[in-house]
Design a protein around this ligand. Structure first.
Ligand code: ADP
Length: 624
């Protein structure tokens, strides 16, 4: 059951690669067919080679066996009595018969006999048996005809008397240059077939008539390899060569001629005889028939090697190659798919990375613009604050100067002097404010420098002095002397002003408003915190604190409520975070342990805390 999804996914995949898979399968089939062909060709070549060896071996051993008896009949010529008997001269007939009988026993042949020049048997090894050859006229036998003509006779035939097949070897008996008779030795087939005791493939010997006279499969004996015509049959019947045996065709069906001496033939799948059962060979199906002449005889020998093992091997090779190549093809296909997926993934990844890069670039640009906008916003805030700050003294100046003129007209010089002194004080205060503005507008020096954070806190508080004086906020500063950060004093001040302004905004309705500012050094970092006891950050505010334009303040709200920052633009923290990040630091905001917001600036510390910012030197105006 758990395999089902796997199978389904495999099927889906296969369906997707269907046409290509079909191509792979077809190719695999073709490769299988080619492998079958190649294996069959190689197998047949090997089979032919083995067959040829067998043929040579079996033929040689059969020839040796025949040669053993070849000169045997000629030796009888050496016996005087034999010659006399053949020639019809007085001779001890009984002695010759016994001599032949003993000789026959010694050599293990079927019969040895002597004929006179007319073809009549005059002495025989089987003289004392009822079916003795003695007195028989065998002038028609080819071996007699050959020997009578002075040639050695070789003849295979079935005996007419005892119906016993045998190989007849004959030799002329010559006495004083005159042919007096013929000596014959009959060798049994079993004797010849003895040489086949060790053959590994069915073998048969075919005589000059195309009749199988020797065969390792018994039922093949006296069958013909080629059809006999009527005349031939008649001739054979006349000579009684096979003693009236039926001579059926063996039924070899030719399949393919491979060469002159090698042919593929099919053996009929006929029932085996009882004698065949003893034969160790398969005697049906496709076989490789190889033929060679037997020297010294008009016969030929044929070895039949079964082709079935070659075919089986070829099928095995074909199956192996087809399955193997299909497997390799499929693997290659899957690998290609896999590579394609990987490529697609890589492309997608590249595209994503490009998008991220582009987005980052846009964000950087946006951030730059925001910083710029933030600067403008701060200027706006400052202008609003400044206008507010300057309006009051200006109104007072107007009133005072008007009063002073009246005092002078009335001659109240003391009161006029008093007024003029107050006017001087107001002008001084206004001068201080514009001076402060000038200092705020001072360009940052760019490269980070060692900055004493305590001093920057003092400057920021001074900038907010007027607002702090108007409210009842208690400000506590805990700045350590070694809190010297590597940054830009003006920009850090801008950040602190922003944090303090936010704190003051948050404390507008707080019962006992208080702000605690702390700066401390921790090895290579300086940590500055600004904490208030206002309402703290809401969940949404905490999540979106540094998001540009996130604000909870009413836009454009001014002096009416104590925000005094020109209303919430939602840019302050975003810009501040950017500035701190430029220093290589971080700005974070959370809620303090006693409620109220707690902002922390983390900055890289200056290596030598004893060398603080040399540029800014404004008195510390923190009111504790
Ligand atoms: P703005 O002050 O213009 O609203 P900021 O980025 O400075 O923009 O602040 C964003 C928001 O963060 C504020 O609107 C406010 O809701 C919240 N916030 C900042 N500081 C504090 C604080 N000390 N206490 C409570 N809320 C704060």
């Amino acid at each position: 059951m758990r395999l089902a999804p796997l199978t389904r996914s495999v099927i889906r995949r296969l369906r997707r690669i269907g046409p290509v898979a079909l191509l792979v399968l077809l190719t695999a089939l073709l490769i299988g067919a080619a492998a079958f062909r190649a294996s069959e060709t190689a197998g047949l070549a090997a089979l032919r080679e083995t067959g040829r060896h067998r043929l040579d071996l079996y033929a040689a051993s059969l020839e040796r066996e025949i040669d053993k008896y070849a000169f045997f009949p000629a030796t009888l010529e050496l016996e005087r009595d034999v010659l006399d008997l053949a020639a019809g001269r007085p001779a001890p007939k009984a002695d010759v018969n016994r001599f032949l009988e003993r000789l026959n026993q010694r050599t293990g042949t079927l019969a040895i006999y002597v004929m006179n020049a007319q073809g009549r048997v005059v002495a025989s090894s089987n003289w004392n048996r009822p079916d003795s050859f003695i007195g028989e006229d065998l002038f028609y036998r080819p071996y007699f005809i050959a020997a009578a003509a002075g040639r050695p006779g070789r003849f295979y035939g079935i005996g007419t008397t005892r119906n016993e097949p045998g190989y007849f070897l004959s030799s002329t008996l010559i006495d004083n240059g005159e042919i007096v008779g013929v000596a014959v030795v009959k060798v049994s087939l079993e004797q010849l077939e003895r040489s086949w005791a060790t053959v590994e493939a069915p073998v048969l010997v075919v005589d000059e008539n195309g009749v199988a006279i020797l065969a390792s499969v018994p039922s093949w004996r006296y069958s013909t390899l080629r059809p006999l015509d009527g005349a031939e049959r008649q001739r054979l019947e006349r000579t009684l060569q096979y003693n009236a045996r039926p001579l059926p065709p063996l039924g070899l069906a030719p399949v393919r001629q491979l060469s002159d001496d090698a042919e593929l033939v099919r053996l009929p799948a006929e029932a085996r005889t009882e004698a065949d059962a003893a034969s160790p060979f398969a005697i049906s199906g496709l076989v490789l028939a190889q033929k060679a002449p037997l020297h010294g005889t008009p016969w030929s020998m044929t070895v039949l090697s079964p082709v079935a093992p070659v075919t089986a091997m070829a099928w095995a090779h074909a199956a192996l190659s087809a399955v193997g190549s299909a497997l390799v093809g499929m693997l290659a296909l899957l690998w290609r798919q896999h590579r394609r997926h990987l490529r697609a993934l890589r492309h997608a990844n590249d595209a994503l990375e490009r998008k991220v890069e582009e987005r980052t670039r846009h964000l950087r640009a946006a951030q730059g613009e925001l910083v710029h906008a933030g600067k403008l916003a701060v200027i706006g805030q400052m202008s609003a604050g400044l206008a507010h700050e300057l309006n009051q003294p200006l109104a007072a100046l107007r009133t005072l100067s008007g009063n002073t003129v009246k005092f002078l007209q009335r001659g109240k010089l003391e009161a006029a002097q008093d007024n003029l002194e107050r006017i001087g004080q107001l002008v001084d205060r206004m001068g201080a404010l514009t001076g402060e503005l000038k200092r705020f507008a001072r360009k940052s020096t760019g490269a980070p420098q060692p900055v004493a954070v305590g001093r920057v806190i003092g400057n920021a508080l001074f900038l907010l002095d007027a607002r702090l004086n108007r409210t009842a906020v208690a400000v506590t500063v805990e700045a350590a002397d070694d809190a010297v950060a590597l940054c830009d004093a003006n920009r850090l001040e801008q950040v602190l002003v922003n944090l303090l302004t936010n704190a003051l905004d948050a404390l507008a309705d707080a019962p006992d408003p208080a702000i605690t500012i702390a700066a401390s050094r921790q090895t290579d970092r300086v940590r500055v915190t600004v904490a208030d006891n206002g309402p703290g950050l809401s969940d949404t505010a905490r999540d979106r604190l540094f998001e540009p334009f996130f604000t909870t303040k009413d836009v454009g709200k001014d002096g009416g409520k104590e925000t005094e920052t020109g209303g919430g633009l939602g840019l302050g923290l975003a810009i501040s975070a950017g500035i701190v990040r430029d220093f290589g630091g971080t700005l974070s905001g959370t809620n303090g342990p006693d409620g109220g917001a707690l902002f922390a600036i983390d900055l890289p510390a200056a290596p030598d805390p004893a060398a603080p910012d040399p540029v800014i030197d404004t008195p510390n105006r923190a009111n504790a």
